[in-house]
Design a binder for this molecule. Structure first.
Ligand code: ZN
Length: 153
């Protein structure tokens, strides 16, 4: 009985230990590679921005959107009129990224997404870092809540 209990305990210890040790990164660098193909300077800025977030805050980055085709942007505008037009969207030019932030929490993750408040986003320190790069932040838009959006002016 005691042996079984010890074995069970050992198993739990191993599972939890591995869970803490292995941190699967889901940054999605592919999105930045697409930007590189149209604007190398933007690519460098965003790459440094993401690396800064991951090294200077306790948040990790998942890039959820980068370069968009004109067709995709038109679709987005049809879905939500507040989305930028093709002429205005920096995504089409390869000068904007949308990101989500996450933290490891035991075996799951805590997320920061579009529906989170601008205050939550500010508290991460990410907005401060974006200012260092002179980026425009979607959390500052007056008529549209878009805290996941960062663009090169
Ligand atoms: Zn965006």
């Amino acid at each position: 009985m005691v042996v079984l209990a010890l074995m069970a305990l050992f198993l739990v210890w191993v599972v939890v230990g591995v869970g803490i040790w292995v941190e699967v990164k889901i940054t999605n660098w592919k999105r930045l590679a697409e930007i590189k193909s149209v604007d190398a300077a933007s690519y460098r800025t965003f790459k440094n921005f993401v690396n800064d977030i991951e090294s200077k805050t306790n948040w990790n980055v998942k890039i959820i959107s980068g370069l968009r085709t004109k067709e995709r942007q038109k679709e987005l505008m049809r879905e939500n009129a507040k989305n930028a037009s093709v002429e205005k969207s920096r995504h089409v030019m390869g000068r904007a990224i949308d990101i989500n932030l996450y933290q490891k929490n035991w075996l799951s993750r805590i997320w920061l997404k579009k529906f989170n408040s601008t205050r939550d986003w500010r508290n991460t320190g990410v907005v401060k870092i974006s200012e260092k790069y002179g980026l425009l932040w979607g959390g500052n838009y007056r008529s549209y809540h878009d805290p996941v959006h960062f663009e090169i002016r």
